[in-house]
Design a protein around this ligand. Sequence first.
Ligand code: SF4
Length: 677
Amino acid sequence: MIQYEKTICPYCSCGCGIYLVIEDGKIIGQEPQTDHPINEGGNCPKGRNAYQFLYAEDRLKTPMIRKSDELVECSWDEAFDYIVKKLKQAGPNEFGMLASGKNTNEDAYVIQKFTRLVMGTNNVEYCGRLCHSSTAAGLGPTVGSGVMPISQRDLENVDCIFLVGINLKETFPLMYMRALRAKERGAKVIVMDPRKSITARELSDVHLQINSGTDVAVINAMMKIILEEGLENKDFIESRTTGIDALREHLAGLNLKDLVKICGVPLNTLTQAAKIFAKAKNGSVLFNQGLNQHITGTDGIKALATLALISGHYGRPGTGLSPTRGQINGEGTGDMGCLNVFYPGFQKVGTPAEPHKKFAEHWGVDSLPENPGLPYTKMIQQTKYMWIIGTNPMMAAPDTDNVKKDLESKELLIVQDIFPTETAELADVVLPASTWVEREGIHAYVDRRVQKINKLIEAPGDAKPDWWIVTQIAERMGFKDKFDFSSPREIFEEIRRVVPPYKGITYERLEETLGGIQWPCPTEDHPGTSTFFTEKFNTPDGLGHLQVVNYIPPAELPDKDYPYILSTGRTIFHYHTGTMSRRTPKLDAEVSGALLQVNPKDATLHDITNGTKVTLTTRRGSIQVKTRITDDVPEGTVFLPFHFSESSANKITNPALDPACGMPEYKVCAVKMEVSK
Ligand code: SF4
């Protein structure tokens, strides 16, 4: 019998609807969902090929334990006994847990509850640390919240879109559709990107082709121009912000010629962008890793939010600064508290709210950890026992040779995933997990849009949902009464009780509401919240706090030994570390390996043509990769997608961290390029 079942695309966090065609329990085809309000019948290449990876031959189906240096299949009981015996020896600071932006909210909730309640530590993180931790650190002090303040649907009605460090067409294709519609209606688009990306080429009215890592200098220049020309929104500044005098004084002390020299963008182009942005009625800013992944990512975000505030672009549909979290549940896993300083609902440790006390009461225990845990990369370095769920630091973390050494030295490394990833190869115990259509649960997509996923097919072999595996181990650690969940629905009911923004969202409402409900949703008759900050910001005084920041250069710049800048990013056909997309034949046929983008002038210098194999060397190590000659990259810069293990970009990226949030500087490091022998 053939059924058509609705679900949501498992790739990016736009959250597009798709139909899966299922025959006798097996998915045999798919169609875009025409009535879904996010994609309106469209899907990008990944979304059109959403399910094939499920049937890849190497799906993990059975638990495995390492014996005599080999991973050997075992029963769940055997795996649980082994894990529990080891974990009982772990001190609180010796243990760490990494979750994934692909976990459901229910998975993420029990993961952080396990870490805090069973293991007694805040050492819980997820891959969001590596893409948007600077967002929370930058927007927290500025507007009081690090989430997208709008509905992605409202983008098409603004009259200026400023895209900062985001190649929208390749990374959020259905949001690109909204931006394109806005442009067709007369909106101006400014793109800030060192590369002439397809987004910059197709969509921009002004392309700020900056020198890599000079975002703060550009934004300071734009703000200086706006204030000097008197284009700021004086009413908005007066009524809704604080700090304008300090900002004016700071910018007055900067010299535009110096800023132009730093960022490499001509003054007339900067002026054009500043005027378009400041004069727009409703300006929207989308930003992503190009801004975030620097040692100064937090500074860049503070400056950008300040630019939006002095221009009055906040508090109306479509306006404000929107972080674009990448994974399907990149938002929800953070909402649920898989971060070293946040209990569920972004209740921060060390604040007067004392979330550790609140949650101790909710969970019926005497105490919970009150100090910050270790951030992602430090957790890998400093813990002895690690449990990694659905994420692949051996491809995703910077400087992976050192990550490997750290992971190999663990007393216990548990990896729970759907495929034998590069990280699973190092594990002591491998636990097979189920995917998005093999279990029920909810995700929060990029604009806080909560949608429900249903179980449509059985997981292969003995694979199980993440929440089930965690609760089984919690029970065996002696906490059955605290993890007495028999379904995701029961977990979600606990979430609704302890995470106020989710209180009014129920499984029943989500099943009836096409396109989901945007949190905060305080009551069961509340429609959800599409626009934040309409009256006040989430700061203690309700005002937007204008920030003063100075340009600081990247941690590692080219020199005579390493004369190029290496930058990394994504392509439309693949996704993150390639675990799913590289097991999708149609996607892998489109792009089957990494191609290093090299500027034609640099190519001539090295006698390189399309397809030449080169060796890239940084202070961390070397990789080999084939080249693609293109003037998308400026002279002196090479660009490498990070999806491909055989030319793994993160083997050589710089692990230098943003001191404010622990974000690695993926976007700039110094590299040498030689034709391979
Ligand atoms: Fe899937 Fe994102 Fe493409 Fe939509 S835009 S189909 S959610 S990958």
